[in-house]
Design a protein around this ligand. Structure first.
Ligand SMILES: NC(=O)c1ccc[n+]([C@@H]2O[C@H](COP(=O)([O-])OP(=O)(O)OC[C@H]3O[C@@H](n4cnc5c(N)ncnc54)[C@H](O)[C@@H]3O)[C@@H](O)[C@H]2O)c1
Length: 248
C-alpha cells in the first residue's frame, strides 16, 4: 500500500520536538505542505530550515495554542500560505505537576496544563473547522493519552486535561462527521520524548526510586512509530477509520 500525501495541506502543532517533530519529518518525506505551530522557536526553525534545504515545503509560526488571538491569526496566515487546510494534527502539550499530592498541587500548574492541552485543542479546532466545513472535507487528530482515560496519570492536571481532550474528540466526531470531517484522538503509551523523560526524571527525584525509573525508561517507545500510525490515520487509505486509537 502506498500512502500519498502529495498536495495535502497540513497544520501540525507541537511540531518542534518529540512526536510532533517525527510527524513533521515523515509528512515532509511524503510530500505534504506543512505549517508548524509551536512556541519552541529554536528547535522549530532549525527543523524547518533543515527540511526546506532538502527541498520540502515547510513554514514555522510561533503560536501559543492557549491564546485565541494567536491561534486565529496563525490559522488565517497558514491557510493563506497553504491555500486550504486538509489536516490538523494537534500535538502541542505539556506535562507538569508529576507526583505532587492533590493538596499541594499549584493552581498555576493546573491552569497551564489544562490551558495548553485542553483549551489549546478546543481553540485549534474552533478556528480550523470553518475552513474544513467549507471544503466539506478534513481530518483532525487530537492527542489524548492513556493517562486521561485509565486513571494512571502521574499528574492530576495532565490526566484531567487528557480526559477532557478525549471527551472533546468524541463530541467533535459526532458533530463534524456530517461535514465530511473525520476526527480521531490518538492515545500514545510511553514515548521517548522530552515531555516523557522530564516526567519520569521528576518522579525519580521526588520518590528516589531509581529501579522504577530504569523500568520506565526501558519501556519507552520511539516517537517515529507513533508518527507512522498518525500518517496512516490522516491518509485517504484510512477513510473508513473511526474513533480513538491507542498505541504502545
Ligand atoms: N511522550 C509520551 O509518552 C506521551 C504519551 C501520551 C500523550 N503524549 C502527548 O503527545 C503530545 C506530544 O508530546 P511529546 O511527548 O512529543 O512531548 P514534547 O514536549 O517533545 O512535544 C510537545 C511540543 O508542544 C510544544 N508546546 C508546548 N506548549 C505549547 C504551547 N503553549 N503552544 C504551542 N506549542 C506548545 C512544545 O514546545 C513541544 O514542541 C503531547 O500532547 C503529549 O501530551 C505524549
Amino acid at each position: 500500500m502506498k500512502i500519498d500525501l502529495s498536495n495535502k495541506k497540513v497544520i501540525i502543532t507541537g511540531g518542534s520536538t518529540g512526536i510532533g517533530k517525527e510527524v513533521v519529518k515523515l509528512f515532509a518525506e511524503n510530500d505534504a505542505k506543512i505549517a508548524i505551530f509551536d512556541v519552541n522557536n529554536t528547535e522549530g526553525i532549525k527543523l524547518t530550515n533543515e527540511l526546506n534545504q532538502n527541498g520540502h515545503d515547510i513554514r514555522y509560526w510561533n503560536v501559543d495554542v492557549r491564546d485565541s488571538n494567536q491561534v486565529s491569526g496563525g490559522v488565517l496566515a497558514a491557510e493563506q500560505w497553504l491555500e486550504g487546510v486538509d489536516i490538523l494534527i494537534n500535538l502541542a502539550g505539556i506535562l507538569q505537576g508529576a507526583s505532587l499530592e492533590i493538596e499541594d498541587f499549584p493552581d498555576e500548574i493546573w491552569d497551564s496544563v489544562v490551558g495548553i492541552n485542553l483549551t489549546g485543542s478546543y481553540l485549534m479546532v474552533k478556528h480550523i473547522s470553518s475552513i474544513m466545513k467549507k471544503q466539506k472535507k478534513g481530518v483532525i487528530i487530537l492527542t489524548s493519552s492513556g493517562a486521561g482515560v485509565d486513571g494512571s496519570s502521574s499528574s492530576f492536571a495532565y490526566g484531567s486535561s487528557k480526559g477532557g481532550v478525549h471527551g472533546l474528540s468524541m463530541v467533535l466526531m459526532d458533530k463534524l462527521s456530517k461535514y465530511g470531517i473525520r476526527v480521531h484522538d490518538i492515545l500514545p503509551g510511553s514515548v521517548d520524548t522530552p515531555l516523557k523523560n522530564s516526567q519520569i526524571e521528576k518522579t525519580r527525584d521526588i520518590t528516589g526510586n531509581e529501579a522504577e525509573y530504569k523500568n520506565l525508561k526501558n519501556i519507552l517507545v520511539e516517537p517515529k512509530g507513533i508518527a507512522e500510525i498518525i500518517l496512516f490515520m490522516c491518509s485517504d487509505n484510512a477513510h473508513l477509520l473511526k474513533g480513538s486509537i491507542r498505541t504502545q
